[in-house]
Design a protein around this ligand. Structure first.
Ligand code: TMP
Length: 205
């Protein structure tokens, strides 16, 4: 049964660990599943990812367009075809990342972002979005950010206040669609989170 599950959260929230864990659970049960990430997941997306995370100074509008370009390619080339074949797609980040980072974080027009998200995805929306929420300081500490010089990543090295806005943005997005989101405390033990996510996914499948 086709199903599209997205993991969202700030940098260092543990999304990738949980996405991997869900992938393993589904595979073990013989379910046709694909894991991908944004930006990335296609050759074009991978090139854009390097550029977007390189620390290269970029106007917020340019940044927005490049994330949307990566998304349009990923949906058309990878996600849509896999769903059409009845598979389960797990994505690290999707449209809500743009709303949280470029909308709430950078302050770009949210209606514009909504429109671009719709165009880039052809209207595709996740069946479930899992939000791993945790205090910004804890998350950045996991990433090793905030140390002198940072790690050269555009987003990891952004000021703490930027990350706080993103966290608030995610909370607002989740609150506006409680049925579509599973919000979890990212500080809980990973195995416990994994079990809770699995229980929820089973109800959808
Ligand atoms: P990550 O894959 O390691 O999480 O890195 C992707 C970075 O890009 C992360 O800091 C969040 C950021 N991002 C945006 O700012 N907007 C977007 O639309 C997406 C998909 C990611």
């Amino acid at each position: 049964m086709a199903c599209f599950i997205v993991f969202e959260g700030g940098d260092g929230s543990g999304k990738s660990t949980q996405a991997r864990s869900l992938l393993r659970r589904l595979r073990r049960r013989g379910i046709k599943v694909l894991r991908t990430r944004e930006p990335g997941g296609t050759p074009l997306g991978q090139s854009l990812r390097l550029l977007l995370k390189s620390g290269e100074p970029m106007a917020p509008m340019s940044e927005l367009m490049l994330f949307e370009a990566a998304r349009a390619q990923l949906v058309q080339q990878v996600i849509r075809p896999f769903l059409d074949q009845g598979g389960v797609v797990i994505a690290d980040r999707f449209t809500s990342s743009t709303m949280a980072y470029q909308g709430y974080g950078r302050g770009l027009d949210r209606e514009l972002i909504e429109r671009l998200n719709r165009e880039a995805t052809g209207g595709l929306e996740p069946d479930l979005t899992v939000l791993l929420d945790l205090p910004v300081e804890t998350a950045l500490g996991r990433k090793g950010s905030g140390k002198s010089g940072g790690n050269g990543d555009t987003f990891d090295d952004a000021p703490v206040d930027f990350h706080r806005k993103i966290r608030r943005g995610y909370s607002a997005l989740a609150a506006s669609d409680p049925d579509g989101w599973l919000v979890l405390d990212g500080q809980r033990p990973p195995e416990e989170l994994s079990r809770e996510i699995w229980a929820k996914v089973q109800t959808i499948l």
